[in-house]
Design a binder for this molecule. Structure first.
Ligand code: HEC
Ligand code: HEC
Length: 467
């Protein structure tokens, strides 16, 4: 069974219950079907926590109910212990416990190919290798009608034999916590419709998730509202660091409780001053630009503990360390992009600009090169796309937003995700190619030729692990 857990607050009694499945959690004595408002779970970097605005985790919420026909719930892939994403470690443990029959192991999107052989234990191990290895779910989308491109070839390691009018993309479950900071829903923003409120997008997303992942009919309106209210009330973050201790000690503002009080509007602190016309967007007057995006650990800059100091210095590196940001399609990599030419004084916060949440505060899909053919590993497909008008050809492991808009210039673009609860939910990036946070830092160091010193890398790692 999964990690030791305990309550943050109050006189909770620890017992074993199921929160949408098979985890060990804590429950207050004398209540039924509700869990305390705060849960904590240990991970490699310390302890992660999750809070709900609803006052208690209501296990009877349809988020935890089988809404479809294949035994799955939203909680099958969105786990409280893993900041409401899911890790390969959890998936492997579930495979072993269930001989590969747990509801996450379904061929509609859990297996490498739709028509996978799942007849024996060994065939299941092979058929679910992307899920077991990197926690990847197969997202199959058709090339949009009227697209500016065609897929003219695929080098598919799994030989699924799919038609070239669609693409299978292998993606990490995004967390269903801290969603009040969202500016776009899904890695490629496909659940977001221009001009619509994020809450409406989340309702559309929940319908889609039930149809696609759970093979069910759309939930009822009241059920959809319950699911979305539940998701929007969840916050998750690291609360305790193995080396530095409580992330709220001595003036620090890490952990879960400060997130709920963090103001947000779409476009907040955006360096390009973008304010989309949609509900939830900032008023012009509320846009204040500050490259200092994270202000959680300032108080530790002169802490006695070297571990606390490292986290505080890492926050400064994230906010202020300059490097050149160049050739990022969606930002400054093409003629239609909002910035022309290199940003010479870029920081991590140019893209991760939402205060203390770290996602991009506007819907602005970017191609930072995660799906580039140069980074290809043998477990990923490689698609060849041809531009209908120009005949130009490009290769990518995942066409990203282009499969939503049909636009050539959107190939390889993804959203900048929320950066909280990171330690609880490796691996990172849409394709799980960042096995650890150190790998993520190494990616950026190389991609933008930052030349971080060993100490800057270590400090940044300490900081990201404490989010
Ligand atoms: C089989 C695993 C699985 C199940 C079951 C599942 N999800 Fe997800 N979820 C994912 C994956 C994978 C993504 C990211 C896919 C992408 O962006 O292309 C995701 C993304 C999301 C997001 C987007 C978050 C963001 O930051 O944009 C929300 C919200 C969400 N899921 C809610 C739900 C709800 C509600 C249910 C139940 C109705 C559900 N999920 C069931 C795997 C799952
Ligand atoms: C040019 C914009 C940009 C800059 C600069 C940038 N990021 Fe990102 N970041 C992104 C995008 C876009 C993604 C999602 C990419 C993907 O998965 O395809 C991302 C993903 C991440 C993730 C993975 C989160 C997850 O849930 O998997 C981490 C961690 C991260 N960035 C940290 C950093 C750090 C640290 C820096 C500075 C060294 C930085 N980023 C600079 C745009 C940027």
């Amino acid at each position: 069974m999964t990690p030791a857990t305990r309550c943050i607050f109050g006189a909770a009694v620890v017992t074993i219950v199921t929160l949408g499945g098979t985890i060990v959690t804590a429950r207050r004595a004398g209540t039924r079907d509700t869990l305390p408002a705060a849960l904590t779970f240990s991970n490699a970097a310390g302890v992660a926590g999750t809070l709900t605005e609803g006052g208690s985790f209501d296990e009877s919420n349809p988020f935890f109910a089988e809404l479809g026909t294949n035994g799955r719930t939203c909680g099958t892939c969105h786990r409280p212990a893993q900041a409401w994403s899911i890790t390969p470690g959890e998936i492997a443990a579930r495979f072993d416990r269930s001989a590969g029959l747990d509801p996450i192991f379904r061929t509609n999107d859990g297996s490498n190919c739709e028509k996978a052989d799942v007849s024996t234990l060994e065939s299941r191990r092979r058929s679910f290798s992307a899920l077991l290895g990197k926690g990847l779910i197969r997202v199959a989308l058709d090339v949009p009608s009227g697209a500016e491109f065609e897929i003219i070839g695929v080098d598919d390691p799994y030989r699924c034999g799919s038609r070239l009018t669609s693409a299978s993309m292998y993606r990490r479950p995004l967390p269903t916590a801290n969603l009040s900071f969202l500016s776009a829903v899904m890695w490629d923003g496909r659940a977001s419709r221009p001009g619509h409120a994020i809450k409406d997008d989340l309702i559309a997303q929940a319908i889609d998730a039930t149809e696609q992942h759970a093979k069910g009919e759309p939930p009822s309106r009241p059920q959809l509202r319950q699911i979305v209210d539940f998701e929007l009330g969840l916050v998750a973050a690291q609360v305790q660091d193995r080396a530095a201790g409580s992330l709220t000690a001595a003036g620090a503002r890490g952990g879960t409780s400060t997130i709920a009080r963090q103001p947000f509007c779409i476009g907040i602190n955006d360096p390009l001053g973008m304010r989309p016309a949609m509900p939830g967007a900032c008023l012009a007057t509320s846009i204040k630009l500050d490259p200092v995006v994270f202000t959680l650990f300032r108080a530790w800059l002169d802490a006695a503990s070297p571990e606390r100091q490292a986290i505080a210095r890492g926050e400064v590196v994230f906010n202020t360390r300059h490097f050149v940001i160049d050739n990022v399609p969606g930002l400054n990599g093409g003629p239609q992009d909002p910035v022309s030419g290199p940003i010479t004084t870029g920081t991590c916060t140019v893209c991760h600009d939402t205060p203390n949440a770290g996602n991009h505060s506007v819907a602005m899909a970017l191609n930072i090169g995660i799906a580039d053919p140069s980074r290809r590993t043998p477990d990923m497909p490689l698609y060849t796309l041809r531009n209908n008008a120009t005949g130009e050809v490009v290769q990518t492991m995942d066409p990203g937003r282009a499969m939503v808009t049909g636009r050539w210039r959107d190939i390889g673009k993804f959203k900048g995700p929320i950066l909280r609860g990171l330690a609880a939910r490796p691996p990172y990036f849409h394709d799980g190619s960042g096995t650890t946070l150190a790998d993520v830092i190494a990616f950026y160091d190389k991609r933008f030729r930052i030349q971080l010193t060993d100490r800057e890398k270590a400090d940044l790692l300490a900081f990201l692990s404490a989010l």
